[in-house]
Design a protein around this ligand. Structure first.
Ligand SMILES: [Zn+2]
Length: 415
C-alpha cells in the first residue's frame, strides 16, 4: 500500500507536467464562439482534478468572447473534464462502484481498491449522472428504432432466443406515489414497479431433454415506466440481440396482462409461455381457500388439478373450476376469476408441447434478475428512490451487467 501511494504521487507529478498546456501560438489565439464571433486567448488558468493517481493541478488556456462574454476551456472538452473536478478514469470508477452497491460502500471501495478519497455524495452523484446519460442515449436509440426499420444485425442464426418479463416493486419517496393506487386498498403505496426484461439464448439440451441456457448470454433492460415505454425498450434489446435471425422465438412471463399485450405488439408470432410455477401457485392459493386448515384435502385437490395443469389439460381444469360448488359469494367470484385466468392463458400453458421442443417452462432467469439487477442494489433497507434516480441506476447497472460499460466510455470519446 505504501508503494502504491508513492507510485500514485509520482504518477500525479508526471501527469501534472503532461497537462501543463503551452501558451498557444500567435496564430491560434482566437477560436470560434458559439455566438458566431471569435473568442480570444486570455491567460493560462489552473484547476485541480482528481485522477486515478490522485489530485493533479493542471493549467490550460482560457478564451473569452468579447462580444457575448462567454468563456471557454477547449482543453477541458478535449480531456472530457468540462464542468467536473474528476477525470474520466475516476468517474468510471465512481460509476462502477455506484452501480454495484449502496454509495457508502462504494466510497469505501474507492479508498481500499483505488486509494482515492471521495465522498459518498460524489459516488452517488456520479452514478446518477452517468446512468442518466446512458438512459438518454438509449432513449434516442429507441426513438430511432421506432421511426425506421432497424438495420439487420448480421451473424449466425440463433437456435432459440428467449425474452422474459417481470415486475418488481422498489421503495420510493412519498412524492412518487401521490395519487397512485396501492396494492392493498386504503393504504398508501410505498413502491413503484420496475419492469424488468431479459434476453438469452439456448442452443442445446441435456441428456434428459431439459433446456440448457447459454452461459453469459443474458442481457437485461429495466425501468420504472409504462408498459408501452418498456415494450419499446425491450424490442430494441431483442433486436440488437438478433431477434430477426432467431429460428425459434419465445416470450415468457407470469399472467400479467401488460406482458402479453407487449408480447403481441412487438413480438408477434413468438411462442408464448406462462411460467408454470406461477400457474401452480394460482392453484395452491385456490386450494387453500377451498379447504382452509385441511392440508390433506388441499393436497388431494392439487393432485388432480396440478396434474391437469402440468399436462396442459387446461380445458378440464377450467371446467372443474367452473363447476366447483360453493355457497360463498366471495369464493365463487374467486373461482370465476381463476377459471378466466387459465382459460385466457390456455395456449400459453401447452407444457407437454413446450417440453417436447426442449423449451424452458419456468421464468427463473428473470426472477433471478429481479434479485441481482434490482433487489441487491435498489431494495436495501433505508433506501427510498426518486423515479429519476432509480432509472439512472438501473440504466447504469444494466449497462454494466450486459458487458457494455467499456463501449459506453468508448462511445463518449468518439462523440
Ligand atoms: Zn460569443
Amino acid at each position: 500500500m505504501a508503494v502504491r501511494s508513492a507510485m500514485h504521487r509520482a504518477g500525479a507529478a508526471a501527469l501534472a507536467e503532461l497537462l501543463r498546456f503551452a501558451v498557444p501560438a500567435a496564430d491560434q489565439r482566437t477560436i470560434p464562439c458559439s455566438c458566431g464571433h471569435q473568442a480570444r486567448h486570455q491567460e493560462a488558468r489552473g484547476k485541480t482534478i482528481l485522477t486515478v493517481v490522485g489530485a493533479v493541478k493542471i493549467s490550460r488556456p482560457y478564451y473569452l468572447c468579447p462580444h457575448c462574454h462567454l468563456g471557454q476551456f477547449p482543453a477541458d472538452v478535449e480531456l472530457d473534464i468540462k464542468n467536473t473536478e474528476s477525470s474520466p478514469g475516476v468517474r468510471r470508477l465512481e460509476a462502477f462502484v455506484g452501480q454495484e452497491a449502496p454509495c457508502e460502500q462504494g466510497r469505501q471501495r474507492m479508498k481500499l481498491l483505488a486509494g482515492l478519497e471521495v465522498t459518498t455524495k460524489a459516488v452517488e452523484r456520479m452514478a446518477e449522472v452517468i446512468g442518466a446519460d446512458i438512459a438518454a442515449r438509449q432513449q434516442a436509440q429507441i426513438q430511432l428504432a421506432m421511426q425506421l426499420d432497424l438495420p439487420i444485425v448480421v451473424g449466425d442464426p440463433i437456435p432459440i432466443l428467449y425474452i422474459q418479463m417481470d415486475g418488481t416493486g422498489v421503495p420510493v419517496v412519498k412524492k412518487e406515489t401521490v395519487g397512485r393506487a396501492s396494492k392493498t386498498e386504503g393504504q398508501p403505496a410505498h413502491t413503484r414497479e420496475v419492469k424488468l426484461g431479459c434476453v438469452f439464448t439456448q442452443t442445446t439440451w441435456d441428456e434428459e431433454g431439459r433446456p440448457v441456457r447459454v452461459p453469459d448470454s443474458t442481457t437485461y433492460v429495466g425501468a420504472i415506466e409504462t408498459a408501452e415505454e418498456f415494450g419499446k425498450r425491450l424490442y430494441l434489446e431483442a433486436w440488437q440481440r438478433g431477434w430477426s435471425r432467431a429460428r425459434v422465438r419465445v416470450v415468457m412471463g407470469d399472467g400479467s396482462v401488460w406482458i402479453w399485450n407487449q408480447a403481441d405488439l412487438h413480438f408477434p408470432g413468438a411462442i408464448q409461455i406462462v411460467d408454470l410455477y406461477h400457474a401452480r401457485e394460482h392453484l395452491w392459493e385456490l386450494a387453500r381457500k377451498l379447504f382452509p386448515n385441511d392440508e390433506a384435502l388441499q393436497k388431494r385437490w392439487m393432485m388432480t388439478h396440478q396434474h391437469w395443469l402440468d399436462h396442459g389439460k387446461i380445458k378440464k381444469l377450467v371446467t372443474s373450476l367452473q363447476s366447483t360448488p360453493t355457497s360463498s359469494a366471495e369464493l365463487s367470484e374467486k373461482l370465476r376469476i381463476e377459471a378466466e385466468y387459465f382459460r385466457r392463458n390456455a395456449m400459453r400453458m401447452r407444457y407437454p408441447k413446450f417440453r417436447r421442443l426442449h423449451l424452458f417452462v419456468g421464468t427463473g432467469v428473470i426472477e433471478a434478475g429481479c434479485k441481482t439487477v434490482v433487489g441487491s442494489r435498489l431494495k436495501q433497507s433505508g433506501m427510498f428512490w426518486t423515479v429519476r434516480g432509480a432509472n439512472a441506476i438501473l440504466a447504469l447497472r444494466c449497462c454494466y451487467l450486459n458487458g457494455r460499460f467499456e463501449d459506453y466510455w468508448e462511445g463518449r470519446r468518439a462523440a
